[in-house]
Design a protein around this ligand. Structure first.
Ligand code: PLP
Length: 454
């Protein structure tokens, strides 16, 4: 075993050439020398050369309570000493049972049934498979089509990736095409000139209704949607859109799956945004990331009592949802999640986000005065800063390159960014203070202005 202290940054980057990272350009494996992160505390991360930076994307929208939380470390260590693993098939373990009960308590409406997964993709995959299973149990084997949206991101399993709508990412990747349908992106900025936002909302809701009618309501199993399209660039649909889509789904007996892998656990100031922010009680909610604040991998699918009850009324024969994972309800991950939730409660983190979000929004939106910034979108503690060097001749590749340069400059000045194409997405740990928001937006401004001046 190598002692980390003896290993140089260059050594680590060499070893890293064996690590195929997500979204890797396989023709360029090893060409990129990535920043090596070695330490985290609060909203900061430190690289292997000792440079301390604000973590703008909060890991991957996940380190909600911030880095270095001893309570979580202790809870995980204690659970590991007590019981490292249990088989979720035949027995149960107390952290998973306690967590399921706690999630049922904080989840909206009758979402009282928790199916644990290993992350967000497997939560989405399980939700879609449950929708198929549900319709099979109810004797409706034809009701299997799924509706999603362009710009959505739902994960990296075959099924969840097929329901994702980031079109450039489908190149060279096989997708399920006969059952998945993508609606146009509900991005208000892309509405035709002069179209009022309410009319745009009506049009996007009509897209859903028309697609259901085109396919036939008896063929459509589910509509899956992130309340805010996160990796799609923090696209915030018009007010009322989510709720009206839910009403359309109810009208046609189509399951409404809210993908809250990003928006749950405080990102928008509530445990779940569906009900508290958007007024919707979905049939299923998928979640992960902030559930453990990224301390350990875990996801959860929440299923409504109504769906379970419907299956129970289909007769006396057993109906097995033959799906699950070796690590479903892993006791150590569950212990991390419970300690994470304890921090939310003890530190009043939801209230902190509600209090801080308006200042975050103000500071982020002020960046719009930089000529290259074409739009700033903010909801809760998530933001997308979209850049366009030449609005008359938009070129996503050129603008993506510009943001990579901004990221390089920001890293030198103490801020890690996450450019997604031409948008820098920001989702810092929820503990961020007003002063830290000033620091973060100050460095970002300097990075944008410096790159623009080059
Ligand atoms: C909305 C949404 N759903 C699902 C996923 C997939 O989650 P995971 O990467 O944990 O599998 C993500 C990941 O970013 C996401 O943003």
């Amino acid at each position: 075993m190598m002692d980390d202290n003896q290993v140089t940054t260059r050594d680590m980057q060499d070893m890293d050439t064996h690590f195929i990272h997500p979204w890797e350009d396989v023709t360029a494996i090893g060409a990129e020398a990535r920043t090596v992160i070695t330490h985290g505390d609060g909203i900061y991360i430190t690289d292997s050369d000792g440079n301390r930076m604000i973590d703008g994307p909060g890991g991957m929208w996940c380190v909600n309570v911030g880095y270095g939380r001893e309570e979580i470390v202790e809870a995980v260590a204690a659970q590991m000493r007590e019981l490292t693993y249990f088989s979720p098939w035949s027995v149960t373990a107390s952290p998973a049972a306690i967590l399921a009960d706690r999630l049922a308590t904080i989840a909206p409406g009758d979402l009282n049934n928790v199916f644990f997964t290993t992350g967000g993709s497997t939560a989405v995959d399980s939700a879609l498979r449950f929708a198929f299973f549900y319709n099979n149990c109810l004797g409706r084997p034809e009701k299997k089509h799924i509706i999603s949206r362009i710009g959505a991101y739902h994960g990296s399993t075959y099924l969840s990736a097929s329901c994702s709508g980031k079109l450039p990412e489908k190149i060279n990747m096989d997708m399920i095409e006969d059952r998945v349908h993508l609606l146009p992106k509900p991005n208000p900025a892309e509405r035709p000139d002069g179209m009022p936002i309410e009319a745009f909302c009506t049009e996007k809701v009509a897209d859903l209704e028309n697609k259901i009618l085109e396919l036939g309501p008896d063929k459509v199993a589910a509509f899956i949607a992130e309340p805010v399209l996160a990796s799609g660039g923090v696209i915030i649909p018009p007010d009322g859109y989510f709720k009206r889509c839910h009403e359309i789904c109810k009208k046609y007996d189509v399951l409404f799956i809210a993908d809250e892998v990003v928006t749950a656990f405080g990102r928008l100031g509530h445990y779940f945004a569906s009900k508290d922010v958007f007024g919707v009680e979905p049939d299923m909610i998928t979640t992960a990331k902030g559930l453990t604040s990224g301390y350990l991998p875990m996801g959860a699918l929440l299923i409504s009592d109504r769906l379970i009850a419907d299956i129970k009324t289909t007769g006396n024969s057993a109906k097995y949802f033959s799906s699950g994972f070796t690590y479903s309800g892993h006791p150590v991950a569950a212990a991390a999640a419970l300690a994470n939730l304890d921090i939310f409660e003890r530190d009043g983190l939801l209230g902190h986000v509600q209090k801080t979000a308006p200042y975050f929004e103000k500071c982020m939106k002020e960046l719009a005065d930089i000529p290259v910034v074409s739009e700033v979108r903010v909801n809760g503690l998530m933001a997308g800063v979209e850049c366009c060097l030449d609005p008359d001749h938009p070129d996503e590749e050129r603008d993506s390159g510009f943001l990579l340069e901004v990221d390089r400059i920001c890293q030198e000045n103490g801020l890690l960014l996450r450019p997604i194409y031409a948008t820098a997405v920001m989702s810092p740990p929820l503990t961020i203070t007003d002063t830290q928001i000033d620091d973060m937006t100050g460095i970002l401004r300097q990075g944008l202005e410096t790159a623009l001046a080059r």
